[in-house]
Write a protein that binds this ligand. Sequence first.
Ligand code: ADP
Ligand code: MG
Length: 238
Amino acid sequence: MESILEIKDLGKNFGGFTALSGVNLAIRQGERLGLIGPNGSGKTTLINCISGALRNDHGQIQFKGESISHLPAHTRTKRGIARSFQLPRPFRSMTVAENLMVPLAYVGGVSGSKARKQALEILAEMGLADKADTSSASLSQVELRKMELARAMAAKPQLLISDEAMAGLSGSEVDDVLDILIKLNKSGITIIMIEHIMHAVMRFSERLVCLDAGQIICDGDPQTVVANPQVHRAYLGD
Ligand code: ADP
Ligand code: MG
């Protein structure tokens, strides 16, 4: 199977603190990968290094066979990597549709009525069509999470990284967001999902990776990973 993303011996330090070290990870085209690990284990730092929000200090990141480690975030977005943020960052003064028209213009070069049409199509996929002309500042938590995913989709990614998109949502809202992510994956998008809600992680993931203290401690099929004693000690709490 062809890898869309290949991470080799990745390291990231903050001053004297090692946030990631020796991370090796290959993700195949079309995969649904779950990323778990305790708070502070380096999950967000890893996706920051992949998306370009941070530069890695060691190692290599290849996307579609080309090294991207040296590229700024906006160039990586144009190459096909999009992410949602753990803390949503909407343009609060804009409507929901306008929030999507920013990446549509920037990444796809579409504007005006064409961009609006595409924004409405993406919003419809997220079940947010009726919110298109609502101010993003007035959205509920689940609507905001969906808009974050919609904004990421407006960049037309091949790899989508979701960072705790379900945090703070109710059970049915979690299922709703999960269904959207699975639908996007079935349309051909490779997805990395960081999540703490284990039933969602288990329903979503074809493969599960557990980070602890900046290193991958287990990588494999989800049932095997959650049964692993090291994963239990580090994360699942016994
Ligand atoms: P996770 O997403 O798994 O909770 P993070 O990747 O956010 O973990 O953080 C991993 C570690 O790196 C934590 O100890 C955190 O405090 C530290 N860290 C993250 N970002 C920075 C930063 N910009 N400067 C200094 N330390 C950071
Ligand atoms: Mg995090």
